[in-house]
Ligand binder design. Sequence first.
Ligand SMILES: [Zn+2]
Length: 691
Amino acid sequence: MKRGTIVGILLMLPVAWTQAADQATATTVRDAVVNDMRSLVAGDKGPKIKPHFIPLPPGAVRPTGWLNDWARDAAAGITGHLDERAEVFKHGYKGYHFEARGVKAPGVGWPVEQCAYWLDGLVRLAYILDDPQLIAKARARLDLVVNGVNNGGESFVYWQPRGILSVEMDKFNGQFNNWAHSHMGRALVAYYQATGERRILDALVKVYRDYPLPEFSPVFYPVNGMVNLDAMLDTYMMSGDEKVLANALAAIRRPSFEKIVAQWNDGKIVHGHTVIFYENIRVPALMYPWTGDRKLLDATLATIRWSDERHGLPIGLVSGEEYLAGIGSTRNVETCNVAAGPWTFGSLLRITGERGWADRMERVFFNAGPAPIARDFQTMSYYQSPNRLSLSLPCDRPGCPGNALGDSYRFTDIGHPVLCCVGNSSRIVPNYIMGMWMATADRGVAATLYGPCRLRAQVAGGVPVEIESETAYPFEEEIRLTIRPAAKADFPLYLRIPAWCQQPSLKLNGQTVAVRKDSKGFAKLQRCWTPGDRVTLRLPMRVEIVKGRETPFPQDKYFTKRSLSRQTDVNNPFESVNYGPLLFALPIADETPDQPVKDAVCNYALDVSTTARNVQVLRQTLPEHWSWQLNAPLKLQLSARQFDWQPTELQPLPAAPIKDGKPATITLVPYGCTKFRVSMFPVAESKRSDP
Ligand SMILES: [Zn+2]
């Protein structure tokens, strides 16, 4: 039965809707959750500063085209099968003790963090794909937590008394459990949003009404349980339970919290662990809508500016060799950050409505997303780096090769003996898909992130609408939307115009209409929509050459044991190549994700003027099944200079622009398609001053 038919029956027989097909019922349940949030935002109990966007539940957006291929591979690979690969995922959150690295009786500590990362990704992907097996797997585990709490438990950590979250009881593990709890909280929010089952919301409300939020931390080590605020605030928005909000507000009225906000606003930010950095920095911004205190949002924005200037890499994330590690072509990014960074950017998008956060989410997803995950989604690695020339460059630090941490670069079925990243890798795809569309308080919807997908939501106060987004974006520039409301309906449709796009164009049913961006970078189309209306958005991309310089490792305790960190004069120039949201790289062909082909040639300096006039854009159709093939649908051909380049750990890029070298033409592919590559290029001097 076609979707339109189901909708028609629902409209005619509202009383009998619960007996309609499962899919239609599920959609209606999800819509009810969104409508509750919309009502709360709009009403007296809502935030002082109205958030611009309201997230949609898992399943409202379904991937199609190439994105569906990737999501299905995640389901058939790591995300769908992690419980078969390691004890942590087999036993985590079942409520008994088991043996694993970092575990403490009764099975808490590291495993509750790692397993919560996975379950959060699993439950989202399960409902996004409406996959019965994945849904059964997620429900079986999450129901233990929900039932445990509803039957008298006090926390999401094995439904134990809340003392298990307290530093007084156990300094390290108490802190760790409190942090892990926040990730289970997010999983349960998604589970409730997908199902609308009241018992899940009951458990969230019960735990978060008097949840022991810890003192916030000005530094980014160790982990901190204040990030429970994500799930707490969503719990409030879904339930309206005032004790939950009061608990959150009480935590930020502490003098220690105010001191941290002042400190960050003054730019007094110290290095720390990148995952904790990305998780903690959004905490003040999360509370901004509820207080109206602009200093809270500014504190978060200040930390992001600070980190981008000192540690920003072309993939849209800051470096993270566990700790923030400066700018460098062989600096690493821990895969946990590919999930954590966009979660924070997405929160800022919800709060501010600024398109720049969505631009950033796309940059991370399309580039940093696929790089540490094998093309079949069966294996992954802990680290990625902008340049990966061989397994030994970059190599594991400290003490390469074969460092004590384990093989941080090798692709294996669990990525690394420390299981955080393999857990978090399961969040990357579903969180992007869920963020592609968002609801707006004015009863419309916004296209926030692009790609092929199908949205089902309610607009105009209760009219079901389906919006089909047909595109190979980001491998093409055109996005074709077909809007199918169940009946004619007047509602606003917001389209994000990325900041990198200079000349967007828009057609409505074949007629060109002017693109009028609002101050947030969105074009609003408000009209009475008729089933079958078509909107075509063109986002012409252009080549952008970004210049930068490598910097020393931060001169702090964490790095001082490393010989590399003793270099304090690192200032090597580099250039990277962007095309729309994609970062491009010189590929080094691979036989496996850990084995580059022999004799690959990659000793080139980029030789393109800043106007990049001589770059050829090569296109071909997407392959039958998308798996981030090296033979990419979009390639760039540009001029370079081949020179004698012998990169080493201590000198990964030449110290100055190359003066000679042999003219050459090189072909770049999207960074996300590569396993070995150069994406932070040596620079040639010859054409620097071209117009
Ligand atoms: Zn990790």
